[in-house]
Ligand binder design. Structure first.
Ligand SMILES: CC(C)(COP(=O)(O)OP(=O)(O)OC[C@H]1O[C@@H](n2cnc3c(N)ncnc32)[C@H](O)[C@@H]1OP(=O)(O)O)[C@@H](O)C(=O)NCCC(=O)NCCS
Length: 337
């Protein structure tokens, strides 16, 4: 049994690594979901701002378990986020434990004092997936627990208009602006500033974050990463009319290669501008972009922390129904010295 460090630029090796992840995702979703695409994970692993340390546990030449540490380079340097998947046919043989221990060692060697492992759950296994037994026995505690809500698409136009009519009177001081793919130059600085506060302005059950360091260049890299993933990025923002300050943004993305599910990425309303229904209004603006895109997903999926009741309320108003869950498991790593 060996630990392999996988090079995401080595197409055949990375495809074998991705195959384990993909089979684990299909198993979780009982063959129904399409999960991440190969191009998407390659773009994640090659993100210049958080390159992946991509690992595999090889047993007799077969990759039995795979993991990836997302090594942030500019911020949140004492913590690291990880993903871990064991081949469905090779579970309960100790491979998950072996690879997670090796992954923790790599994280410690890189100077990280906390590891946060991400676990997704299908609709049929919310609160009852293997991670719920595995992670506590590996010394992890829940950092955050979120629910996936699915909004059936197309959401009828009449429903969207009714919601907009209901919410618009709360937001008379703001303009909503939308675009596809690249942020217009005039919004770039402001979008970078807001994105930097996303982790600290959102509520988490039991996780602490620093502001992220975002520059216009990082926004551009984010946009080109989405493009490399084969995803269409739809963005809507709210701007305070009196000062032209951006106070909210929301991202909706869809794979142009596998357009069955559109995913909600970030949605943030600055704390001092909450209560004006801006979260719902900018999501609706993205839905207009989705309608105009010509792509025909069957649902829009969004993940919300169970402690983020206001965001859940917006998504339920948009028709969101339980479609799965995601848990962030955290562990403090003892220093390796
Ligand atoms: C969770 C997962 C990584 C476990 O991998 P694994 O190789 O089966 O785990 P191991 O065999 O190393 O198990 C180590 C211990 O974890 C616990 N454990 C593992 N799977 C469990 C399950 N389904 N139910 C209860 N406990 C479980 C057991 O105590 C086990 O020891 P035992 O087999 O001697 O009883 C695997 O099921 C998986 O890939 N799930 C989908 C992806 C995922 O959830 N990743 C994030 C994990 S935090």
């Amino acid at each position: 049994m060996t630990l392999l460090v996988v090079d995401p630029r080595d197409e055949s090796q990375f495809r074998r690594w991705f195959g384990v992840l993909q089979r684990a995702e299909l198993h979780r979703d009982q063959g129904r979901g399409t999960g991440w695409q190969f191009e998407e994970w390659r773009a994640i692993a090659l993100d210049p701002f958080a390159p992946g340390d991509v690992l595999a546990w090889s047993v007799g030449g077969t990759m039995a378990a795979v993991s990836c540490l997302r090594m942030t380079t500019l911020d949140n340097l004492s913590s690291v986020r990880a993903d871990l998947f064991v081949e469905p046919t090779l579970r309960r043989r100790g491979y998950g434990r072996a690879l997670l221990e090796a992954t923790e060692e790599r994280a410690k060697k890189a100077g990280r004092r906390e590891i946060v492992v991400y676990a997704m759950e299908g609709a049929h296994e919310v609160d009852a997936a293997p991670n719920r037994g595995f992670a506590p026995c590996m010394g992890y505690e829940v950092g955050d627990d979120s629910r996936r809500l699915d909004i059936v698409w197309p959401l009828p136009r009449a429903t969207r208009h009714a919601l907009r009519d209901e919410w618009q009177p709360y937001a008379t001081d703001y303009d909503v602006v939308s675009w596809l793919r690249d942020t217009p130059d005039e919004f770039l600085e402001e979008r970078a500033r807001l994105a930097g506060t996303m982790l600290t302005a959102a509520p988490w059950a039991n996780l602490e974050h620093e502001d992220e360091v975002w520059s216009p260049q990082r926004v551009r890299t984010h946009e080109s990463t989405a493009r490399d993933m084969g995803r269409l990025l739809m963005v809507s923002v709210a701007r305070l009319r009196s000062s032209a300050t951006l106070v909210a943004y929301s991202e909706l993305t869809i794979s142009e290669l596998a357009p069955e599910t559109a995913y909600q990425w970030d949605t943030l309303v600055s704390p001092e501008h909450r209560g004006h229904r801006l979260g719902g209004l900018i999501k609706l603006a993205n839905f207009d972009l989705l309608e105009a895109s010509g792509l025909s997903p069957r649902r829009i999926s969004t993940f919300n922390s169970t402690v983020n009741e206001p965001m859940m309320r917006v998504n339920r108003a948009l028709g969101g129904a339980l479609g799965g869950a995601a848990v962030l498991w955290r562990k403090t790593l003892a220093s390796s010295s």
